[in-house]
Design a protein around this ligand. Structure first.
Ligand code: SF4
Ligand code: ZN
Length: 308
């Protein structure tokens, strides 16, 4: 297999694009693709302040690296979840993220959930009786709330996350199985800003997990290899396996599933916005917009956890 650009030995072969590239040209190709998607979906401009949510994993660190290489103004946000039982998942991912930022002279904001709420994610899950199996729903709620808070308090116009195509296709698959109209309507490369909430973007949404893995390895990015211990057995992992099987037999199937969805949505296939648009009001405690009566879900959960 030879690089299409220079004819040297290829380092990465992408059957889905019928494209093979050597290391040098692959490391140019990925940022060029990301730049193309940033423009195509009108994610942000070089004048806007961007906050990248970094977990210490390959996708988010690679995204930060790419935005930096492309000349965007992007700071990082690391949220320490306090998941350190069995394996030192949080402390190790924080160390790698801090090293990544320091080596490149990038600004990193750090939020510690235990300092913020008095409890770690596993403790919050137990205290709110959602049970240990429900750590991911507690964690998702907390992460969303803290990302929105930092974006608002520090004046970031855009919040960027490292979701790749495999993540997006798995979520889409799950929402399609249940025809969750509201979620389908909101899923996409860009979620526009609403009063009190920054715009959310996913610049890697069209890049395969495999492509991001190759990028991180070829770039020599040190990231955390271990999965969060709570990810074991997650439905999204099962959906990813199913989609991989499909992709193995039909290269490009995953991308076409996602892109056809975006096309269908653009044509209004899922649109009944009036029916599902919710009235929002600011949470009396933290000020973030919420549809719940009274306190937002985050404030309700943390006050409950602290009174148990
Ligand atoms: Fe949080 Fe669940 Fe992801 Fe772990 S797997 S970081 S608990 S959402
Ligand atoms: Zn609140």
């Amino acid at each position: 297999m030879k690089c299409r650009t220079c004819g040297q030995k290829a380092a990465v072969n992408m059957r889905q694009h019928k494209l093979a590239l050597c290391k040098e040209h692959y490391l140019e190709w990925v940022p060029a693709q990301v730049e193309r998607f940033i423009k195509k979906y009108r994610m942000f401009s070089r004048e806007e302040k961007i906050l990248v949510a970094v977990s210490g994993g390959k996708d988010s660190l690679s995204l930060w690296d790419i935005l930096h290489r492309l000349g965007y103004v992007a700071d990082g946000l690391y949220i320490c979840l306090g998941i350190d039982e069995g394996i030192a998942y949080s402390s190790e991912s924080q160390r790698l993220t801090e090293e990544f930022a320091a080596e490149r002279g990038l600004k990193l904001q750090i939020v510690n959930i235990q300092q913020q709420t008095g409890m770690t994610i596993p403790e919050l899950s137990t205290a709110t009786m959602r049970g240990r199996g429900k750590s991911c729903s507690v964690c998702g709620l907390v992460k969303r709330h803290e990302m929105n808070r930092i974006a608002r308090d520090f004046g970031y116009a855009v919040l960027a996350t490292g979701h790749n195509l495999d993540d997006e296709a798995a979520v889409l698959f799950g929402n399609t199985l249940t025809w969750s109209g509201e979620y389908l309507l909101r899923q996409g490369p860009v979620l526009p800003a609403t009063p009190g909430l920054a715009r959310k973007v996913k610049p890697l949404c069209r890049l395969y997990e495999r492509e991001m893995l190759a990028y991180a390895l070829l770039r020599g990015i040190e990231y955390i290899y271990d999965e969060c211990p709570f990810a074991v057995g997650a439905t999204s992992i099962y959906y990813k396996e199913l989609l991989n099987e499909l992709e193995n037999n039909r290269p490009g199937a995953k991308l076409s599933f996602y892109l056809s969805f975006l096309e269908a949505r653009k044509k209004g296939l899922f649109a009944e916005p009036e029916a599902i648009q919710q009235e929002l009001h600011p949470c009396p405690n933290c000020g973030q917009p919420t549809s719940a009566p009274g306190l937002c879900a985050f404030c309700k959960m943390t006050s409950k956890a602290n009174t148990v």
